[in-house]
Structures are given as structure tokens and as C-alpha cells.
Design a protein around this ligand. Structure first.
Ligand SMILES: Cc1cc2nc3c(=O)[nH]c(=O)nc-3n(C[C@H](O)[C@H](O)[C@H](O)COP(=O)(O)O)c2cc1C
Length: 222
């Protein structure tokens, strides 16, 4: 499955089958996480066989079922921390999709279990991503149009059109899609998060989807 296919197929999945992730799949996922940590300086961790975070009231309220594995996005706070969590978290989400797993980004509807996470000095947990074999493949959802979230037009370069298509498929908190992508006259791209809940994390997710579809070599962010 190529990356654009993974972007199109990925949807939030909140109910999981009671089966462990196969070892070779787990190793490939861990390898991707290690690479993300090396590149980003984050301390992203895969937490396996830990049902507590998703068994309380909050998880119930969020309609989660059978979550035993999750990815914890941990790092040192900085002005770029939450956007970085979005960007690298989405890279892992798409890798998981390619490996036949399902995921859901979760900021609120779980209970933090710090005893299962390793923190270096000054680090904190920003958000988690549930992961496992879904009972279903996710539901379709409403989406803004490409014109609402970008200045794409018939004359835009193909890479920008592809990037924008992938951007509207990016998951955002409460499906808010509060971002805007502008192709500038010098072919750079400005990506802006609007005011709202977790919109900087959303922006990181959107930028990863955009780059993956447009081709990293074509994208120069302003
Ligand atoms: C930053 C972020 C935080 C989220 N937090 C939660 C959450 O706390 N609980 C939940 O059930 N879903 C959460 N979601 C999932 C979104 O509701 C979901 O991605 C959105 O409705 C779009 O649907 P889709 O992922 O199927 O495309 C979150 C998504 C993002 C990107």
C-alpha cells in the first residue's frame, strides 16, 4: 500500500479486536518510532498491553473499546512541540495503516497513566494514539472543501493539488479542520493554524499528509 492509499484509507478506529499485534509488525512499527525520535528529538513510546488508560469513564465516554496498545507522544516543551507531535505522530499513524493496523488520535478521552511512560527531565506527555487491529475500518465523515482550506485553483501545480487533497483527509481534533494552506507566488507554501483546540497539533498532521502526497522535494514551507 503506498502512502497516498494509506492517507485515503485511514479513519479513526475506536474499537479493537482482542488480539496481540504480530511481532514482525510490532518491530516495524518500533523501527519507525525510533527513526522519528532520532529525527525529531521527541521521546515517542509504544505502550503495549496496557488497558488502564482506556478503561475509565473518559474512554467510555469516547466510545473506546478494547484499547490495549497506544503510542505516547512525549517530549520537551517548546514553541514547536505540539506541531512536531502532530507531524511525527501522523508519520507513525500512516505507517501503522500500511502495516494493516488501525489508529485514533486521542487528546482527551483517556486517562493518563504516567507509570507506564518513561520521562527524561523536562519532558511531558502531549497526546496519545490508540493502535491495534480494528473491529471495523472507521466511518466516513464530513469534510470541508479544498477551496475552504486552501487557495488551490485549476492552474495550481499538480503537486499542490495532490497535497491539498491529502490535507483534507488529515484527522483533526473534533474534525474541526481549522487550517489554511496558501500557495505563494514564489511556489512556497504557507500553512496556518486558526485559533482553537489542539489546532497546532492538527497543523503538524496536515503538513505531514501534505508533504507525503505532494512529494517532500516539491514543498518549501514559508
Ligand atoms: C489532535 C487530535 C485530538 C483528538 N482527540 C480525540 C479525543 O480525545 N477523543 C476521540 O474520540 N477522538 C479524538 N480525535 C479524533 C478526531 O475526532 C477525528 O480524527 C476526527 O473526527 C476526524 O475523523 P477521522 O479521523 O475518521 O478522519 C482527535 C484527533 C486529533 C487530530
Amino acid at each position: 500500500m503506498d502512502i497516498f492509499e494509506a492517507i485515503k484509507l485511514r479513519r479513526s478506529v475506536r474499537r479493537y479486536k482482542d488480539i496481540p499485534i504480530e511481532e514482525d509488525i510490532l518491530n516495524l512499527l518500533k523501527k519507525e518510532i525510533d527513526e522519528c525520535n532520532k529525527e525529531s528529538g521527541l521521546n515517542i513510546q509504544l505502550i503495549i498491553n496496557e488497558p488502564k488508560a482506556f478503561s475509565g469513564k473518559m474512554a467510555n465516554y469516547g466510545h473506546f473499546k478494547g484499547v490495549k496498545n497506544y503510542i505516547a507522544l512525549v517530549g520537551k516543551n517548546s514553541s514547536e512541540f505540539t506541531e512536531k507531535c502532530g507531524y511525527y505522530g501522523q508519520r507513525i499513524v500512516l505507517k501503522a495503516q500500511q502495516l494493516g493496523l488501525n489508529t485514533c488520535w486521542v487528546a482527551l478521552t483517556y486517562s493518563k497513566q504516567p507509570e507506564f511512560i518513561n520521562f527524561n527531565k523536562g519532558e511531558k506527555l502531549h497526546i496519545v494514539i490508540s493502535v491495534g487491529y480494528g473491529e471495523y475500518q472507521g466511518n466516513t465523515r464530513k469534510s470541508k472543501s479544498v477551496k475552504e482550506i486552501s487557495n488551490v485553483s485549476e492552474t495550481s501545480p499538480e503537486w499542490f493539488k495532490r497535497g491539498v487533497e491529502a490535507a483534507i483527509l488529515a484527522p483533526t481534533a473534533v474534525n474541526q479542520q481549522k487550517f489554511y494552506l496558501k500557495l505563494n507566488s514564489d511556489n512556497t507554501v504557507t500553512a496556518k493554524a486558526k485559533v482553537g483546540f489542539y489546532t497546532k497539533t492538527d497543523l503538524g498532521i496536515v503538513k505531514y499528509n501534505f508533504e507525503a502526497a505532494a512529494g517532500k522535494e516539491n514543498v518549501s514551507w514559508k
